[in-house]
Write a protein that binds this ligand. Structure first.
Ligand code: FRU
Length: 486
């Protein structure tokens, strides 16, 4: 695998022409997606600044142009009117100031008056490579580039290590203040979230302290991408604890999950009402971003990076990696988050495929209704029915297991190759979305989701399944254009 030098990692993009040839090659890959947001070249990681305004959804993502590597990060901008058809608008924030000289890192957005403001981490490194994180702001303009404010809102807090980043801005009605919650690491290497507040979101930010989350004082070594969302009568703390192993997740130490509870901004305390749950039971899911209370109160849409830090993917050798998940709509049931595919995805269906053929289109939706009894399905198997990704459900213990260890192309095996979840109720329904290199399995109308990258070879195009009540398969139309826009 290519070894990247610091100089190569931090190379500045001067003109789109530098990437034309690479994009041409990449767009020929059999693993390019057709209804998921993906990078024109290079690496995509976290979704950023997810916001809705005047009929348009804006979604940015972390982008490194040069290859499948965590080099110099930009904010790449995409928009949609329906969360289904997405348009590439190009880079909105470049790493071109002192404060973000080594990357424009993850952040969020807020509408203030008629404008959208973007809050992000300027990842600064001194010549000796010491890192200092600055919390910066930019205003979205009619032009391509967001207008950066010349000075950061605040710099790093010296109570923590250099790991402080990912501002999420929220407004709290009760205290009538704006808050920024960020991920941080204490000097004794514990993950936490820290809070800043201000009466004016454009200046006057003050450090308030560490967020108290009783019972989670020693939970991982760094928290990335924390956010506080309000849904119904509950608050939700979403975050990515790192340096933590979880049962059933192999040796993987990066997770993305949530705690439901109550947030007290006055006392900087989030009181959990339940435990930490992973958001998704699949293999590739991280840095979830939520856009809540849009249009209707209680509506919250979530998307995430279909990838993991410190992991490599089969398309790395093609100089691209990463994509975002389909947006999901959140709700709460029995103190758990339910994630349903957003409404309207049916419009992607092109034609119905006869299941009798036992063959899978490269972009497909599969809906299966199941009697609540044992069930097996194998996707991407070979013509003789062997191999593939298996879904296995044992009714007696209500346990569903996804296993990708029999695919020809295996990757990140150390994070485990099977994932299991005990369902609250028997398995009755699966809604599966397959793109060229991903699979999202929604179980029982959003009770659990398994999201994974998958890289089937030419011979892995078949499926088999045990008895079920009904199965429908549709080939899906492309909805995300692979336009080369920088
Ligand atoms: C999470 C993360 C963030 C950081 C960004 C850099 O994947 O490490 O903490 O801001 O990615 O791309």
């Amino acid at each position: 695998m290519k070894k990247w030098t610091k100089k190569e990692l931090c190379r500045k993009l001067k003109s789109p022409d530098e990437l034309t040839e690479m994009h041409e090659q990449i767009s020929g890959s059999v693993y390019r997606q057709t209804f998921h947001i993906q990078p024109v070249t290079g690496l995509l990681n976290d979704p950023n600044g997810f916001i809705y305004k005047d009929g348009v959804w804006h979604l940015f993502y972390q982008w490194c142009p040069w290859g499948a590597v965590h080099g110099l990060k930009h904010w790449y901008h995409t928009t949609s009117e329906n969360l289904i058809n997405w348009k590439n608008l190009g880079v909105s924030i470049y790493p071109d100031t002192y404060f973000d000289n080594k990357g424009v890192y993850t952040g969020s957005a807020m509408q203030l008056g008629d404008d959208i403001y973007l809050y992000y981490t300027g990842n600064h490194r001194d010549d000796d490579w010491t890192r200092r994180s600055f919390t910066c702001m930019a205003k979205l303009t009619d032009g391509k580039l967001a207008k950066k404010y010349s000075a950061p809102l605040f710099g790093p807090c010296d109570e923590y290590t250099e790991n402080q980043r990912d501002p999420k801005i929220v407004y709290d009605e009760e205290t009538n203040k704006y808050y920024i919650i960020m991920g941080a690491q204490t000097k004794d290497n514990r993950g936490c979230a820290i809070i800043y507040s201000s009466s004016d979101p454009k200046f006057g930010w003050e450090y308030r302290g560490k967020l108290n989350v009783p019972g989670f004082e020693d939970f991982g070594g760094m928290w990335e991408c924390p956010s506080l969302e309000h849904l119904g009568d509950h608050d939700i703390l979403i975050f990515c604890p790192q340096h933590l192993t979880l049962e059933g997740h192999g040796t993987g130490t990066n997770h993305c999950g949530y705690i439901i509870g109550y947030m007290d901004y006055e006392n900087l305390t989030f009181t959990p009402d339940g435990s930490f749950h992973v958001l998704d039971f699949g293999f590739d899911f991280y840095a979830a971003a939520c856009c809540a209370n849009v249009n209707e109160k209680n509506k919250a849409i979530l998307t995430a990076w279909m990838g993991l830090p410190d992991a490599s993917y089969p398309t790395d050798s093609e100089n691209w990696s990463g994509c975002l998940t389909l947006p999901r709509e959140l709700s709460i049931r029995h103190r758990r988050l339910i994630q349903r595919p957003i409404k309207g995805l049916e419009s992607m269906r092109e034609n119905q495929i006869s299941p009798g053929l036992g063959m899978l289109p490269s972009s497909a939706e599969i809906a299966v209704t199941i009697y609540p009894e044992d069930f097996q399905m194998s996707l991407f198997s070979k013509k003789d029915g062997t191999g593939g990704l298996s879904i296995n459900y044992i009714d007696k213990i209500r346990e569903i297991t996804i296993d990708r260890s029999n695919m020809n192309i295996r990757f990140n095996n150390e994070n485990g190759e099977s994932r299991t979840r005990i369902l609250d109720n028997g398995l009755t329904h699966l809604r599966i979305f397959i793109d060229h290199s991903s699979i999202e399995i929604f179980v029982n109308d959003g009770d659990a989701v398994f999201t994974s990258r998958i890289f089937p070879e030419e011979t892995e195009r078949y499926f088999t399944l045990s008895d079920c009540t009904s199965i429908n398969i549709w080939e899906l139309n492309p909805t995300v254009k692979d336009d080369f826009v920088i």
